[in-house]
Design a protein around this ligand. Structure first.
Ligand SMILES: Cc1cc2nc3c(=O)[nH]c(=O)nc-3n(C[C@H](O)[C@H](O)[C@H](O)COP(=O)(O)OP(=O)(O)OC[C@H]3O[C@@H](n4cnc5c(N)ncnc54)[C@H](O)[C@@H]3O)c2cc1C
Length: 529
């Protein structure tokens, strides 16, 4: 069953190897496991629902707690301390007609409505806010069918509540794949991907969701909106762009048509180690600008490389790797690059040859497929480590941006410099590391992870997060990065959006929301005030 206050299936654990625990204690200090609230205890404190009865709406306390928060660090702090605002009810519609009925009901009873996909948001997208109006969460989990598949055009129309594994299984039965693998793949949904402009780990090859989303159907308070799946169109502004990143503010996406690809003949994941960050970045940029048919590149800074190897737990294998690399002049300060290739056998081999040739020219040492395969195997398991770390007393969070190549090195430095000393006032250390994982010929996303000790008081843990988040976001804005490359705005980035859009831009988004949702029913307090 899905964990109610952490990531993933509660039957799956990610134990921390003993030497990894020692490594963390050396970095930020030994931690004390926090005392988390139990689900029954939190459910028992849930207030009575303010919603009038409706056949599709459940007021069950456990259901309401399970839909109260996503996966940002503030969400975890709230869930694990039991200090949460829960929705007044949860509905599971089966059809677009039922969704329409729920929007009408929300309007009639003065409720606010939160569309809910997999609840994997990490920026406060799905949290009910305190207020006078009752809140109804609309969970699309039952709308998970493949409605039609045009095999000639490779256009598949799904109900929008379909989660990653179900969507892939249904496409694979037709010999196709979407190739969209966010790390939250197990639980996140097609509607959520579209509404947040999500980016999968293999976006380099298959494209971000913007490229995969061909059209669909949206139920809005102002009426239905149909988006035909044209391959391209010059008929004025593209309305699909309005729905992408709409974060539940315009309406509920009930169907989405996606552009599928044939299952690749071959998939190949490799690791290359570079002697230092400057050469690793130069090689990665050159590979990108050569426009080779790769599906993934992921480049770790020296600190992330060291941390990844330390937490992996395969001491003998990693010892052997480090001895081999040292002989080739790659030691202290090394950076790991994972390359992913997929497609026809001959194309994969040719692209691999080219990419490894460029890497070699920058001092890169190719160590074969073991580490690449290991990364691929554990790519959806890594988030489970966050549960283990929390239970050991460490809070872990991530943040991300994107910027042009000329600015990448300075941006990485600025974010890390903002975070590392961020808790000195509290006498605490912060461990920070970064990778580049969604790359473009013109620039890259930057993904930073940071870890600090949980305080005995949840409010203090939250204050520490607020200080760190503000410092990093201000550094991002000062250095000209976007406030989000893939996680979206939600409530955590809302105050910063105006820096990116400007006042006319903000007014445009506000007017747009009003056009689809004149009574302000849809997901208030997210994306825009
Ligand atoms: C461990 C972990 C790893 C992650 N890795 C990635 C990653 O690799 N790449 C990435 O891009 N993101 C990642 N995320 C963030 C998150 O998974 C994405 O934002 C995802 O797209 C959210 O999908 P969801 O179905 O869970 O949506 P939810 O979290 O349920 O909702 C997110 C937003 O979308 C709206 N929404 C959802 N469904 C609909 C709908 N049908 N109609 C209208 N609005 C809707 C909601 O109202 C809300 O505003 C990760 C999160 C976690 C916890």
């Amino acid at each position: 069953m899905k964990r109610w206050n952490g990531w993933g299936d509660d039957g799956i654990d990610y134990p921390l190897p003993a030497q990894a625990a020692r490594y963390l204690a050396d970095l930020v200090g030994p931690a004390t496991p926090p005392r988390d609230a139990a689900l029954e205890q939190v459910a028992a404190a849930v207030p009575a629902s303010r919603l009038p009865a409706h056949p599709l709406v459940s007021a069950d306390a456990v259901e309401r707690v399970r839909h109260a928060r996503g996966h940002s660090l503030p969400d975890w702090i709230a869930l694990r301390s039991g200090r949460i605002v829960v929705p007044d009810g949860v509905a599971y519609p089966n059809t677009a007609g039922e969704v329409r009925g729920l929007i009408r009901y929300a309007g009639e009873v003065g409720a606010r409505l939160i569309p809910y996909g997999g609840g994997s948001s990490v920026v406060g997208h799905i949290n009910p806010l305190p207020g006078e109006a009752p809140v109804l969460t609309v969970d699309l989990a039952r709308m998970n069918r493949l409605c039609s598949f045009d095999e000639t055009s490779r256009l598949a129309t799904f109900e929008a509540g379909v989660a990653g594994p179900d969507l892939e299984a249904q496409l694979r039965a037709h010999g196709c794949t979407l190739g969209h693998y966010p790390q939250s793949f197990e639980y996140s949904t097609l509607g959520g991907w579209v509404a947040t402009r999500s980016s999968g780990q293999q976006s380099l090859g298959y494209g971000r969701i913007e490229r995969l989303f061909a059209g669909g159907h949206v139920e809005t308070p102002a009426g239905p909106l149909d988006l035909p799946p044209f391959p391209a169109s010059a008929a004025g502004p593209d309305l699909r762009e309005l729905v992408l990143g709409s974060e539940g503010r315009l309406g509920i996406i009930t169907e989405a048509t996606v552009r599928a690809t044939g299952i690749p003949e071959r998939e190949d994941f490799r690791a290359v180690f570079f002697p230092d960050w400057a050469r690793a970045c130069a090689a990665t940029r050159e590979i990108m600008q050569a426009r080779l048919p790769l599906v993934m590149l992921r480049l770790s800074t020296p600190t992330e490389t060291e941390t990844t190897l330390a937490l992996a737990g395969h001491e003998r294998l990693i010892g052997a790797l480090e001895r081999l690399l040292a002989v080739r002049g790659v030691a202290e300060g090394k950076c790991m690059l994972i390359l992913g290739l997929a497609g026809r056998d001959r194309v994969v081999k040719a692209a691999r040859h080219e990419a490894l040739g460029i890497a070699k020219g920058h001092g890169g040492v190719h160590v074969g497929s073991t580490f690449g395969k290991q990364w691929h195997k554990s790519r959806f398991r890594t988030p489970y480590l966050r549960n283990t770390l929390w239970e050991a007393g460490y809070a872990l969070d991530t943040l991300e941006t994107a910027t042009s190549w000329a600015n990448v090195a300075a941006m990485v430095e600025a974010i890390e410099v903002a975070l590392r000393p961020g808790l000195e006032h509290a006498g605490e250390r912060v461990h920070v590391f970064t990778h580049l994982s969604h790359l473009y010929p013109y620039g890259s996303s930057i993904y930073t992870t940071y870890l600090y000790r949980i305080a005995p008081d949840p409010d203090e843990t939250l204050r520490r997060w607020q200080v760190l988040k503000a410092a990093a976001t201000e550094a991002i804005i000062a250095h000209g990065g976007t406030i989000s490359h893939q996680h979206g705005v939600g409530s955590d980035h809302l105050a910063y959006l105006q820096h990116e859009k400007g006042s006319l831009g903000m007014q445009t988004i506000r007017r747009l929301a009003e056009c689809f949702d004149p009574e302000h029913i849809m997901n208030p307090g997210k994306l825009i005030e």
